[in-house]
Design a protein around this ligand. Structure first.
Ligand SMILES: *Cc1c(COP(=O)(O)O)cnc(C)c1O
Length: 401
């Protein structure tokens, strides 16, 4: 399939975004990956092993669920792509499984990762346990505190969780620390990046592993609606991997509207936001040219979202390009709007979503809908890890609720 204007070019750019802006010391690691990833991923044996693990281990294909009460509420046909039902509770396992097989074939013995909400850390610790590889996960100290259940899961899985105390002590800082580790271990270590960010080829590599989401949607939509594409796809955007996976096979189809939902935090007119598309500008972060949140001196500003998975000051190069070209529309969803959307879907459908995914659901209030439209919301993860936040906000520890 040719992906014309929206595909990555040989230098690793989507339009003006992307590339590999890396220190000399990382050149060897990144080049090794670049020279091998497409070859390995197209190897039939690799494909078979990945397919088998996605099916028998992760539980794919994830269902495409017609949400009837939600549909009645919004007067459109709303389908939920149930990534929340995957093993480990989110879409992160798709990429982690792909990358662990890649690392194995590159002869790596040690795996490092960064994590925000802890979902990518759990997915990485899981695949390391599965393959018997050493695992070190860098996590901002703030996130270590607000995502305690995931920290415990990683440790039970045998991973070493390293709390990072620089900066805002969240995802950006954890990523810096992971990159530092990788520079120090160029031979034996593979860095499993958890989103469509980082130097080329990571954004492309991760998008390809997540593209299984829209690949499955095509078949599922065909059998449920008689057409292999929807009128619109909505996904939340942290770095942008679940959205990249949900958009992937529809990017070149102009009949499919693409919507990304960003974490606006307390609002885009406040400093407490993570809505990069709304308030960001172009710059270089974590090895690639992307849209990011920065002050007038080019210093990265600290992002804020109630949802740890959306608390990142940039968006990957593919989304930066989809935004710049107008191919996709990005919406700012506040903490409050996401929390209300989480309660709504829980009460209408009996599904407690991850706070990140609740941002995508809230976007249903912001886009034009019609009765005959088929809309897919990518439900990127389940809400177990967010129960403390929900309980605190809605007061479920009080009998009256
Ligand atoms: C990590 C995470 C996200 C955000 O990451 P993307 O790379 O933008 O997908 C969204 N939802 C859930 C459930 C997550 O765990």
């Amino acid at each position: 399939m040719t992906k014309s204007n929206y595909n990555i070019n040989d230098a690793g750019f989507y339009g003006e975004f992307g590339g590999a802006f890396i220190p000399e010391m990382l050149q060897k690691n990144v080049t090794e990956l670049l020279d091998n990833y497409l070859k390995i991923m197209s190897d039939p044996e690799f494909k078979t092993e990945l397919r088998t693990l996605l099916t028998d281990y992760a539980g794919r294909p994830s269902p495409l669920y017609y949400a009837s009460r939600l549909s009645a509420q919004y007067q459109a046909n709303i389908y939920l792509k149930r990534e929340d039902l995957n093993h480990t509770g989110s879409h992160k396992i798709n990429n982690a499984l792909g990358q662990i097989l890649l690392a194995e074939r590159l002869g790596k013995k040690r795996i490092i990762a960064e994590t925000g909400a802890g979902q990518h850390g759990v997915a990485t610790a899981t695949v390391c346990a599965l393959k018997g590889l050493e695992c070190v996960v860098y996590m901002g100290e703030t996130d270590v505190k607000r995502q305690a259940p995931n920290v415990a899961r990683m440790r039970m899985l045998g991973a070493k969780v390293v709390p990072v105390t620089s900066g805002n002590r969240t995802l950006k800082d954890a990523t810096n620390e992971a990159i530092r580790d990788w520079i120090g271990h160029p031979e034996d270590t593979h860095y499993i990046i958890g989103s469509v960010v980082g130097p080329h080829p990571y954004p492309d590599l991760v998008a390809r592993f997540q593209s299984v989401i829209s690949e499955e949607m095509q078949e599922q939509l065909l059998s449920k609606t008689g057409r292999s594409y929807p009128d619109a796809v909505i996904a939340c955007v942290g770095g942008g991997s679940n959205a990249a996976g949900a958009f992937y096979h529809f990017i070149d189809n102009p009949d499919v509207k693409l919507y990304g939902a960003e974490g606006a935090g307390k609002g885009i007119d406040t400093p407490e936001t993570a809505a990069t598309m709304a308030v960001g500008s172009s710059g270089i972060l974590h090895g690639s040219k992307i849209l990011l949140m920065q002050d007038k001196y080019g210093q990265i500003t600290e992002p804020y979202s109630i949802s740890a998975g959306l608390d990142y000051p940039g968006v990957g190069p593919l989304h930066s390009h989809l935004h710049a070209t107008g191919r996709a529309t990005y919406l700012s969803v506040t903490d409050e709007q996401a929390l209300q959307a989480a309660l709504q879907i829980t009460r209408l459908e009996g599904i407690i979503p991850a706070l990140e995914s609740a941002h995508a659901l809230a976007a249903l209030n912001m886009i034009p809908l019609r009765k005959e439209m088929n809309v897919v919301v990518n439900l990127s993860g389940r809400g177990d890890k967010d129960m403390d936040t929900y309980t605190h906000y809605f007061g479920f520890d009080n009998e009256q609720n």
